[in-house]
Design a protein around this ligand. Structure first.
Ligand SMILES: [Zn+2]
Ligand SMILES: [Zn+2]
Length: 159
């Protein structure tokens, strides 16, 4: 199944999305960046790591090929934290605000929807839903962990 959810997208929409860039910034604005085109997937992650890292009950993610992301200001302010080799978490050393997380095993970068406020976020999926602390009854697929094409079980669980 496709990871994104764009059932009403037309070819014109797709062209516009490819051409579009969306600006992002950390909490203080020292680090600025942009994403270009369309993400590979969008959704909500309910895992314990996202909860602790974001200090929120759920994390809205957008996954991009790394070359879709370009840091335009303050690259020297970006800190990196790796709790595991699967996630290189990037944050601003000035304000502590979180930016994005690169996942080398997928070669995808998760740009948090919260830091690209003008990007038209449309969740397609929920992942790691068995860890949820904030059930969301929105009719979208709820994966126990992650879809099979992402290396997960592919198992879905009911809302
Ligand atoms: Zn900052
Ligand atoms: Zn997560």
């Amino acid at each position: 199944m496709p990871l994104d959810d764009k059932p009403h997208a037309t070819p014109a929409d797709a062209d516009r999305e490819r051409a579009a860039t969306h600006a992002g910034a950390c909490f203080c604005g020292s680090v600025r960046f942009e994403v270009a085109g369309a993400p590979e997937a969008m959704g909500y992650c309910h895992c314990d790591s996202c909860r602790r890292w974001s200090a929120g009950p759920v994390n809205a993610f957008t996954l991009w090929k790394p070359d879709a992301l370009r840091v335009t200001q303050g690259a020297d302010h970006i800190g990196t934290y790796r709790k595991t080799p699967r996630s290189e978490r990037k944050w601003c050393r000035v304000c502590g605000g979180h930016l994005f997380t690169h996942h080398p095993h997928w070669n995808l970068t998760d740009v948090y929807a919260a830091v690209i406020p003008d990007f038209p976020f449309h969740a397609g999926v929920h992942v790691n839903y068995h860890e949820t602390r904030l059930p969301m009854h929105d009719g979208l697929p709820k994966f126990h962990d992650v879809p099979a094409e992402m290396g997960g079980s592919g198992t879905t669980i009911p809302e």
